[in-house]
Design a protein around this ligand. Structure first.
Ligand code: GLP
Length: 249
């Protein structure tokens, strides 16, 4: 696991966007899995902007949505699908067959999981995952206690996730379950970048890097990924020992 620390959110976002572009330039038919939430907002915007400026061909690229709130439709501005549509899929002008997301209002969520797993297998795996981190160490909706061996699954949301999750919705929204790509997919992905910014993430980032690998803190899985990278702004890195800080870019 590598750690890179950037002076601020803008620099972190720029580096993330550049990595996404480089991945596609090296492999035009790359499969890229994206988290939603506040952290990936600027990285995704910069990616779309730079893609246009540099005229990078994305006609063969596939995008996957990492997770979704169960029961929240894509028209709801708090849904992950809404975020990805607005920030990435629509601005890029993707064809329908170029992205896969969970339909979390489906009556058959198990089938949704099977469809996602099949989409990933048919593309021979994920090339790049850009994930965020919850205050409880979740990645996607892989909540504390989840098995590292899970592929896509439906999960009861942790209390912290239910409470913090309200920040995405304009009015109180009942969310009890999530549907998510699993950590076995993450382990099999060719490259995983966990991004975090802001002081509020500093404590969980310290645990992610320093605690023993445990399913109680799903993000500790980053320590055992063969090509895992944690990219932080200075605030999210503020509780790490000084020896990490020389890496600041
Ligand atoms: C959310 C999402 C995750 C996201 C994380 C952090 O609940 N399910 O995919 O990465 O929590 O979100 P944010 O970037 O808004 O802090």
């Amino acid at each position: 696991m590598q750690i890179r620390i950037y002076k601020n959110y803008e620099a972190l976002s720029e580096a993330t966007a550049n990595t996404m572009l480089q991945t596609i330039q090296l492999k035009p038919n790359a499969v890229i899995c994206l988290a939603s939430g506040h952290t990936p907002l600027l990285p995704c915007k910069l990616f779309v902007q730079k893609r246009k400026e540099q005229n990078v061909d994305i006609s063969q690229t596939t995008f996957l949505g990492l997770d979704e709130w169960v029961g929240v439709p894509p028209e709801n501005e708090g849904s992950c699908h809404f975020f990805l549509n607005n920030t990435v899929f629509n601005p890029l002008g993707l064809n329908k067959n170029q992205f896969h997301v969970f339909d979390s209002i489906s009556k058959n969520l198990e089938h949704e999981c099977e469809k996602m797993d099949a989409a990933i297998s048919s593309k021979a795996g994920i090339d790049l995952m850009i994930v965020g981190i919850g205050l409880n160490g979740h990645i996607g909706f892989n909540e504390p206690g989840v098995s590292f061996k899970n592929y896509s699954h439906v999960i009861k949301l942790d209390e912290i996730t239910v409470t913090v999750g309200q920040k995405y919705f304009s009015s109180q929204t009942k969310v009890l379950k999530g549907i998510t790509i699993g950590l076995q997919h993450l382990m099999e992905a060719k490259k995983v970048i966990l991004i975090a910014n802001g002081e509020k993430k500093a404590a969980i980032i310290k645990k992610t890097i320093e605690e023993k690998v445990t399913e109680k803190i799903p993000s500790t899985i980053m320590q055992i990924h063969k090509n895992g990278l944690i990219m932080l702004d200075a605030d999210a890195a503020s509780l790490l020992p000084q020896n990490y800080l020389h890496e600041t870019e």
